[in-house]
Structure formats: structure tokens, C-alpha cells
Design a protein around this ligand. Sequence first.
Ligand SMILES: Cc1cc2nc3c(=O)[nH]c(=O)nc-3n(C[C@H](O)[C@H](O)[C@H](O)COP(=O)(O)OP(=O)(O)OC[C@H]3O[C@@H](n4cnc5c(N)ncnc54)[C@H](O)[C@@H]3O)c2cc1C
Length: 270
Amino acid sequence: MKKVEMNPYMLIKGRISEILNLTPDVKLFKVRIDGIKDYLPGQFFMVSLWGAGEVPISVTSLPSDVLEFCIKKVGRVTGEIHNLEVGQYIYIRGPYGNGFPTDIANKRGILMIAGGIGISPLRPLIEWLIKYPKGRQIIFFYGSKTPKEILFLDDIERWRRNGIGVHLTVDMADKKWNGPVGLVTELLKSVNLNFEDAISYICGPPVMIKATVKELLSFSMPEERIVTTLEAHMKCGIGKCGHCYEGSKYICIDGPIFTYKEIVDYALSL
Ligand SMILES: Cc1cc2nc3c(=O)[nH]c(=O)nc-3n(C[C@H](O)[C@H](O)[C@H](O)COP(=O)(O)OP(=O)(O)OC[C@H]3O[C@@H](n4cnc5c(N)ncnc54)[C@H](O)[C@@H]3O)c2cc1C
């Protein structure tokens, strides 16, 4: 029998069931969708709105009938998506990309390092690790510009109660903040972990990724166990348009998750 290939450009309609205003420019969209059941933490979908355009957005929930997307308003398409209300529809295609590798995390200490909205793709990975604990030590570092911009604080408190070591830092404190102020890389210096045997998952702005990788290498973490996301402009998500081609890799299909070993030449210029 002939295998029927699904059209990779096929859009699936999803109804927005809930919208949470996380900060003035970040919203969490819960989208009820039929027909997409399997995806991995770290994978992304192309999310579109008729008349506005299409953008790649990481899924921030574990597989279920309701997909969650945490979207920061930065420009035209994300701005239009932010204007949507509960009950309206968006269109998605995917899942695309490779997802976080989890087999190399077995029996190792795990460092999760997020900057800003970079917490979004790590959130389902942390939920997955809580669901399948396997006795691993998990430490979560999260840097935000200000205390008000810390995303998913309720989840973070629950992760803490589930035994995850949580370390938050901000660039600028307010009157209520009594935690550390400064870069997330500063917090790494005080952690009690065998870096040579551990694995790290990083997601954040390029400048933060570069500084974090440098710090982890200085603690002798092996290049193949420094796992990071890379972002790029992309139109198709499936290796056709060429917009995200960097240093012999397509970020959309070879990534967006890479080990540092895979991207060492490209990452030096991040
Ligand atoms: C694999 C992947 C996963 C992503 N996941 C998320 C997510 O979970 N949540 C989220 O809010 N955003 C995510 N992004 C970024 C998001 O796709 C962009 O913010 C969005 O495409 C901007 O579209 P726009 O039309 O609103 O802005 P535009 O008007 O196109 O651009 C506004 C500004 O953002 C910059 N920009 C646009 N796209 C990118 C990009 N891909 N990388 C770097 N800078 C960009 C532009 O240069 C410009 O300065 C992800 C990107 C990728 C590649």
C-alpha cells in the first residue's frame, strides 16, 4: 500500500481556550487542538494568523489536547496574536525541530539555565523530568530583567516543592526583591555539582548563552553535554526556505537544540 505523506504546509485550526497575561508583553495562550498528539519538549510549531503572518513558537506544555504557547510581543505577527481573545482561532503546523535529548541525562546531575522567555521551552522538559524522576539532581537557574518579568512563578514554586534546586536572579531589583542581583553565570559559581559528569540545558538570548557556555567549559563540562537552543529567522520550519541555515546546519530541522560540540564553530560568533 502506498504511504500517504501529510502535506507539511497543512494548517490545523486551534481554538484559544484561555489567555494568561504573564507580564505586560508576554502572554500564555492555551489552544485546544484536534489531531496533534505527540511532540517533545524543545520542539516548535509555526503559529499563524490570517492576514498577519506566521512565526515559530516553542511548545511550553507536555502533550495533551491543549497546547500552550508563551508568546512575547516583539513585532507585527506576535503583536497581532496578542490582540486575540478567548474563543478566537489561530492556525498551527508542526511539530518541528528535534527536541531536547533526554537519554544523555540518565543518572546525571542536570542544570537548567534560562534567561527571560527562554524558560518557555525548558518548562515542559522540567515537567517531564518531574514526571519521570529517576533520582536525578536537578538545579534550575533563571535570570530575568526585573522581578516582575519572572515568568511562571507558580510553576517555579511547585518545582521547588518537588525537590528542584531553584536559583533566581534579576538584573534590576525592586523594593520587595531580596534575592541575588546580577548575571545568571554568577550563580553557577556557587553551585555544588560535579560539572564533569553533569548535563546542562540552556535557553535564552544569544549573549547569555555565550557567557553561560564559556562558564560551563571553564568548569570542565564536556562539550557534548552542554545542550543549547539556537534561534534564527525562519519562514518554513522544514528546511526549504534556507533562512535559518548557519554553519552547515538548518536550525529548523537539525535543531533548534544542539550540543555545543555540534555548533562550536558557529557558536563562537553568537
Ligand atoms: C525555534 C524558535 C522558537 C521560538 N519560540 C518562541 C517562543 O516560545 N516564544 C516567543 O515569544 N518567541 C519565540 N521565538 C521567536 C519568535 O519566533 C519571534 O519573536 C517572532 O518570529 C517575531 O515575529 P514578529 O512578526 O512579531 O516580529 P518581527 O516584526 O518579525 O520582528 C521584531 C523583532 O524581533 C526580531 N526577530 C524576529 N524573529 C526573530 C527570531 N526568530 N530570532 C531572533 N530575532 C527575531 C526582529 O529582527 C526584530 O528586531 C522562537 C523562534 C524560533 C526560531
